[in-house]
Write a protein that binds this ligand. Structure first.
Ligand SMILES: [Zn+2]
Length: 230
């Protein structure tokens, strides 16, 4: 940040102070979303091999996944839980954009985005979108786009059913519950898609979205990126 922008930020912070999304302490001029301490303490996954890791293995033999990564571990009653809750339920789309940027800066240094030519954020059902006012996965995609310039295909997939909460269901029930959850369009000329979501829990939603895309676009390659992994 230039010194002029620093001074402007200082000035704005006096009248409209910003607070850490996790611990609530006041942020200084150079901090975004999280204070330095909370940012350091986040439970980073630090995935080295993008082709063979606990995320990519969830999709083996189900869909043709090239690369897969999640940025942080999601644990209940932890800093990562607080961060995700703020992103989804406290009207903080800025957390999505900022974390998308942070995640993309780290992964770009390590070649994660090579060969990927478009980003597809997992869509919300329109009713949920209307209630929340934004799609947190789209916000993450916008942060990634800011760093990588990879285009976002925001209308490639539509969520046609508003599935109830997945948390109290068995894996089988979850898989059945996401059947026909999405409808996709042809995405020519794009050949390698990065599907982006906020949290990966059972992989059922991600799989349903990937299958919908494959159904309309046979032969495309897919990679997967989520902010957190439960
Ligand atoms: Zn903090």
């Amino acid at each position: 940040m230039t010194s002029l922008r620093h001074r402007l930020r200082d000035f704005i912070d006096i009248f409209s102070p910003r607070y850490c999304a996790v611990c609530g302490c006041r942020l200084n001029t150079t901090e975004q979303i999280l204070c330095a301490g909370c940012r350091m303490r986040l439970p980073y996954m630090r995935i080295d091999d993008f082709y063979d890791n606990p995320i990519s293995r969830l999709f083996w033999a189900k869909i043709p996944v090239e690369k897969a990564a999640s940025f942080i571990h999601y644990k209940h009653d932890s800093d990562s839980h607080l961060l995700l809750m703020q992103l989804k339920y406290n009207h903080r789309p800025d957390i999505g954009r900022s974390m998308g940027e942070v995640m993309a800066q780290d992964l770009q240094r390590r070649g994660f985005f090579q060969d990927i030519d478009a980003i597809v954020p997992i869509p919300l059902h329109w009713k949920r979108f209307w209630k929340r006012g934004y799609n947190q996965s789209m916000q993450l995609a916008m942060g990634i786009n800011k760093v990588t310039r990879i285009p976002i295909l925001g209308k490639a997939v539509r969520r046609v059913r508003n599935n109830e909460s997945q948390t109290s269901k068995s894996f089988q029930e979850r898989m059945e519950n996401v059947d026909d959850l999405f409808e996709a369009k042809p995405i020519t000329p794009y050949r390698h898609i990065l599907i982006v979501d906020d949290v990966l829990t059972t992989s059922a939603t991600m799989l349903a979205c990937a299958k919908a895309l494959l159904d309309k676009n046979p032969g495309i390659s897919m990679s997967i990126l989520t902010l957190a992994k439960a």
